[in-house]
Design a protein around this ligand. Structure first.
Ligand code: PHE
Length: 459
C-alpha cells in the first residue's frame, strides 16, 4: 500500500481483491459451510445459498464498499461523515468483529494444533479421531495444547497487524492463490476416491422438500459470516481504495471467489465423507474429528491432511487479521490510541475471552463448572458467542447498513459512488436500488426475528 494524503491505499487492484477475498474466505467457508450444506439437504441448500449470495450478499457488500470508498474512513468515521446520527452503526460492527475474533483465533489455533499433530503424531490422531479431538479440548485435563496454539495464532494475527495494512496485503497476495490451488487439488482427490460419487450425488441432487425455514435462515446467516458482512470490515477495506477502482467488478469478483471456495470445500469434504463411510458431525468436530477419519482412509492421507490444515490456517489468518484491523483502526482513529497500545489491549481481552471459549467446549462441562451442551436450553459459552454474532449481531449490522443506504444516505448516492460518477458501467443499478431499499431490510429483518424466536435450533 502507498500513502496519499495521509491515507494508505492498496498498491494494486489485485492487492485489494485478494485482501477482501482473504477476509471473506475463512473458517466460515471451509469449517462451517460443508457441515451446513450436508445438514440442510445438499443440492437444494446450495441453490438457496447461491440465490441469497447473488441477491442479498452482493448488495450488502456493494453498500459497504461504497460507504468506505466514498469517505475514505474506517467504519465509524465513515458513517459519521455521511450522517453523524448513524456513527453507532460502525461501532456495532466493531463490537461484533471483536467478539468474533476472540473465538476465531482459538479455532485458528486448533488448525495449527492439527498441523503439528499430522506432522509429529498422526498415529495417535487416527487411533481414535473423536477422542483425540475431545482430548485436545480438555477431556483429560486442562487443554494446554489448544490454548497454547490459540495464543500463538492470536499473537501471529497481532504481529501481522502491527506491520500496518501493508502486511495484510502482502500476506493475502501470497496466501490466497496458494489456498485456491490447494483446495482445487484436494477437491479433485476427494471426488475421485472410490465411493465418492454418492457424496457428489448428494451435493447435486436437488430436493426442495429438505428446505424449511431453518435451512433458509442458516443460509442467510452463513452468507453474512462467509462474506464478512455486517461488521464494517468491507467498509474499512474499501476506504483504502482509490477513486479509480471499479467497485462493481470488485463486488462481483469477491463474492464469486468466496462462494467458489465454499463450494470447493463442500465438494472436497462431502464426497470424501461418503467415500469413507464416516458420518459427518456438525460444528467443530466436522473439520477436525470427522475429517481425521477421512484422511486416514485416503492414500497419502497424512500429507493430504497436513495440507488441509495448512489451508484452514491460511484461510483463518487472512480473516482474523481483517477483523482485528477493524478493531485497531477504530481505537486509533476514533479513540486516539497508539496502534501498539490498542493492539496489546485487544490481545489481552481476546485471550481472556478465548480461554473461556476453549474451556467451555469440553473442560468446564466435565468439571461441572459450566452448563452442559445437552438439552441446549442453556447454551455453552462458546455456542452463545457464535449465536450472538451469527444470529444477532452480524444480521443486525447488515440490516442497519442496508437501511442506512436505502433510506438515509440513499441508493442513488451509493450508485454514484459505485460507478465513479458514471465512469463505470453498472447495468444492475436499478435492481440494486430496489434490493437495498426493500428486499434486504425485509429479508434480513426476518432472520433476526426468526433467529430470536427459534433460538439455538438454527445452527
Ligand atoms: N468471512 C470470514 C470467514 O468466512 C469470517 C469473517 C467474518 C471475517 C466477519 C471478517 C468479518 O471465515
Amino acid at each position: 500500500m502507498s500513502t496519499t494524503e495521509n491515507r494508505v491505499e492498496f498498491s494494486s487492484k489485485l492487492g485489494f481483491i485478494l485482501s477482501a477475498a482473504g477476509s471473506a474466505v475463512g473458517l466460515g467457508n471451509i469449517w462451517k459451510f460443508p457441515g451446513k450444506a450436508y445438514a440442510c439437504g445438499g443440492g437444494a441448500f446450495l441453490i438457496i445459498y447461491l440465490i441469497i449470495v447473488a441477491v442479498v450478499g452482493t448488495s450488502v457488500m456493494m453498500a459497504e464498499f461504497t460507504i468506505g470508498r466514498k469517505t475514505h474512513k474506517g467504519a465509524v468515521g465513515a458513517l459519521r461523515e455521511l450522517n453523524s446520527k448513524y456513527a453507532w452503526i460502525g461501532g456495532l460492527g466493531v463490537l461484533t468483529g471483536f467478539i468474533i475474533v476472540c473465538y476465531y483465533c482459538q479455532v485458528g489455533g486448533w488448525a495449527m494444533y492439527y498441523i503439528a499433530a499430522y506432522i509429529t503424531d498422526v498415529k495417535t490422531v487416527w487411533a481414535d479421531p473423536m477422542a483425540y479431538f475431545l482430548n485436545m479440548l480438555g477431556a483429560n485435563g486442562l487443554p494446554i495444547g489448544a490454548l497454547g496454539w490459540g495464543f500463538v495464532f492470536m499473537v501471529l494475527t497481532a504481529w501481522i497487524i502491527s506491520h500496518g495494512t501493508a502486511g495484510i496485503e502482502k500476506m493475502s497476495t501470497i496466501l490466497m492463490p496458494v489456498l485456491f490451488v490447494m483446495l482445487i487439488g484436494l477437491m479433485i482427490r476427494s471426488c475421485t476416491l472410490p465411493g465418492a460419487d454418492e457424496g457428489l450425488k448428494y451435493m447435486l441432487h436437488v430436493d426442495f422438500s429438505t428446505i424449511n425455514g431453518t435451512a433458509i435462515l442458516t443460509a442467510l446467516g452463513q452468507a453474512f459470516f462467509s462474506l464478512s458482512l455486517g461488521m464494517g470490515v468491507m467498509i474499512t477495506y474499501a476506504s483504502y481504495l482509490s477513486r479509480e477502482d471499479n467497485l462493481v467488478s470488485n463486488t462481483a469478483i469477491v463474492c464469486t471467489l468466496d462462494t467458489l471456495v465454499a463450494l470447493f470445500a463442500g465438494f472436497m469434504i462431502i464426497p470424501a465423507v461418503f467415500a469413507t463411510g464416516i458420518a459427518p458431525g456438525m460444528g467443530g468436530a466436522f473439520g477436525f474429528a470427522t475429517l481425521a477419519g477421512v484422511f486416514m482412509a485416503i492414500p497419502g492421507g497424512q500429507f493430504i491432511g497436513m495440507l488441509f490444515y495448512f489451508l484452514l490456517f491460511f484461510a483463518a489468518i487472512t480473516s482474523s487479521t481483517s477483523i482485528l484491523e477493524g478493531c485497531v483502526a477504530f481505537l486509533t482513529e476514533e479513540k486516539g490510541m497508539q496502534r501498539k497500545t490498542a493492539l496489546i489491549g485487544c490481545c489481552v481481552i481476546m485471550e481472556i475471552v478465548g480461554i473461556l471459549y476453549v474451556l467451555s467446549q469440553v473442560y468446564m462441562n466435565l468439571k461441572g463448572i459450566w452448563i452442559s451442551r445437552e438439552g441446549l436450553q442453556y447454551p455453552i459459552f462458546g455456542d452463545f458467542l457464535e449465536y450472538l454474532t451469527d444470529r444477532l449481531l452480524l444480521p443486525l449490522g447488515a440490516f442497519v447498513t442496508t437501511f442506512f443506504v436505502g433510506w438515509v444516505w440513499g441508493p442513488q448516492n451509493s450508485i454514484k459512488e459505485a460507478t465513479g460518477d458514471g465512469r463505470n458501467k453498472f447495468a444492475l443499478a436499478p435492481a440494486y436500488a430496489f434490493i437495498v431499499k426493500f428486499i434486504d431490510p425485509i429479508a434480513i429483518g426476518a432472520i433476526i426475528v426468526a433467529g430470536m424466536v427459534f433460538g439455538m435450533a438454527i445452527s
